[in-house]
Design a protein around this ligand. Sequence first.
Ligand SMILES: [Zn+2]
Ligand SMILES: [Zn+2]
Length: 96
Amino acid sequence: MLKTCSFSGCDGEYCAKGLCMAHYQQTRRGSGLHPVRRRRKVHRHNHCSFANCARPRYGRQKFCKAHYQQVHRGYSFGPVRQYHFRMEVQDASASS
Ligand SMILES: [Zn+2]
Ligand SMILES: [Zn+2]
């Protein structure tokens, strides 16, 4: 069983003196223990430009894939929930 950091709220991997690497280094710096900010992989400026849309951008577009499709195909621009592209295939076959 892996030991974890004893600092409250920290689940960092045990390193020394009951602390994780980050907190152990804090004690060595003498700056007192404080929560460690962990880098997140989410890029704030890399999401869809549509209001309240948190989907990642589609390639180099400024919109997510779903909103890009809406623009590209001339659809009405709106919030995306479950966007099923299979429905388009059915529409195409029905139009013949
Ligand atoms: Zn820690
Ligand atoms: Zn979007």
